[in-house]
Ligand binder design. Structure first.
Ligand code: ADP
Ligand code: TRP
Length: 331
């Protein structure tokens, strides 16, 4: 590498249920592009983090496998990237305990997502939720990651990871690079029922298109999606937020500028536009759905992908842990 610093990218998603087209364009597809630019690319299923807000973990295992299959179906290349499940690498938890010794509680209490999550999940005011950023710092630092692609809501967590890395290095000696946040573009896709809200799995089935919705369900969801007053198919976020959102979705699937789509639908009705949009989404998701169904048919395959990922991840994680133990003075 001629002394050039390695670009180590790590990111993760929580296996909390259905993925939707917002996750696809806002996370999965950017990850697929990013894997090309990294020396090492780690993609993690953050099952322990999911546990912080789950009231019932009976679907957690299946959701973890589904998320890993969605990574592969979207185009994550196992020759370039390592897909693994957080809880299968015990060193994440081990490092988190060590990092907790140098993390001030007020820093965690001031974390804006802690407040939000506590409000959203009033029954889950557990220590895991408060310590969430410590585990996340551990996920990142254990691979000596240099870059972390995340949405805006996650950037306070990466700031905390940087702070923890600095504290560790100052106190025990240099081990961790300070990871850079690679901010993913703002949520681009909004709810089909309430276009002022971002599309999210938390606001009801009718509000989002899931990656694995059937053609009939997609047609129905687009048919009942809210529209705006007037009849022109025109991008105007302020006065026509619903139609603008549908145009955005059309443009993302067709990789076409919105202006062109507006021209195509000049003089046409909302109903005609929606009918076409549903077919465009169905066509766009078909290859991904096909790959996913193939993976679903052979469950042993994804398990072996994850075993292989865990082996590769653990090799690095255990080396870092050894270094950490030595620096701290644990015998
Ligand atoms: P949800 O709100 O459905 O629970 P998550 O918060 O789990 O979604 O999203 C995981 C990632 O997917 C986010 O970090 C973000 O990058 C991306 N994402 C989620 N919703 C959208 C959206 N509506 N538009 C674009 N990207 C999104
Ligand atoms: N907290 C992230 C989320 O909710 C998921 C996550 C866990 C993560 N560990 C990570 C993201 C490490 C980036 C790096 O979306």
């Amino acid at each position: 590498m001629g002394g050039k610093k390695e670009k180590i990218i790590l990111t993760g998603l929580r296996p909390t249920g259905a993925l939707h087209i917002g996750n696809y364009f806002g996370a999965l597809l950017p990850f697929v592009k990013m894997q090309e630019t990294a020396d090492k690319f780690f993609l993690m299923v953050a099952d322990l983090h999911a546990l912080t807000t789950l009231e019932d973990s009976k679907n957690l295992g299946q959701n973890s496998l589904s998320l890993a299959m969605a990574f592969v179906a979207s185009g994550i290349d196992l020759k370039k990237s390592v897909i693994f499940v957080q809880s299968q690498i015990p060193q994440h938890s081990e490092l988190a305990i060590a990092l907790s010794m140098i993390t001030p509680v007020p820093m965690l209490e001031l974390n804006p997502t802690y407040k939000e999550m506590r409000e959203e999940h009033p029954k889950n005011n557990n220590l895991g939720l408060l310590a969430y950023p410590i585990l996340q710092a551990s996920d990142i630092l254990i691979y000596k990651s240099t870059e972390v692609p995340v949405g805006k809501d996650q950037s306070p967590h990466i700031e905390i990871a940087r702070e923890i890395a600095r504290k560790f290095n100052n106190r025990f000696g240099n081990v961790f690079p300070e990871p850079k946040t690679i901010l993913q573009k703002e949520a681009k896709i909004f709810s089909l029922q309430e276009p002022s809200q971002k599309m999210s799995k938390s606001h009801g089935e009718k509000t989002y298109i899931a990656l694995f919705d059937s053609p009939d369900i997609i047609r129905e969801k687009i048919k009942i999606a809210v529209t705006d007053s007037g009849r022109e198919i025109k991008y105007d976020e302020k006065n026509k937020p619903a139609i603008s959102n549908l145009l955005t979705i059309y443009g993302l699937f067709e990789e076409k500028p919105i202006k062109e789509i507006e021209k195509e639908f000049e003089g046409k009705t909302y109903a005609e536009f929606k009918k076409d949009l549903a077919e465009i989404i169905i066509k766009g998701l078909a290859p991904l759905q096909k790959k996913y169904k193939e993976l679903e048919k052979k469950p042993a395959h994804i398990k072996s992908v994850l075993e292989d990922g865990a082996k590769k991840a653990e090799k690095i994680a255990s080396q870092t842990m050894l270094e950490v133990r030595q620096k701290i003075g644990l015998i």
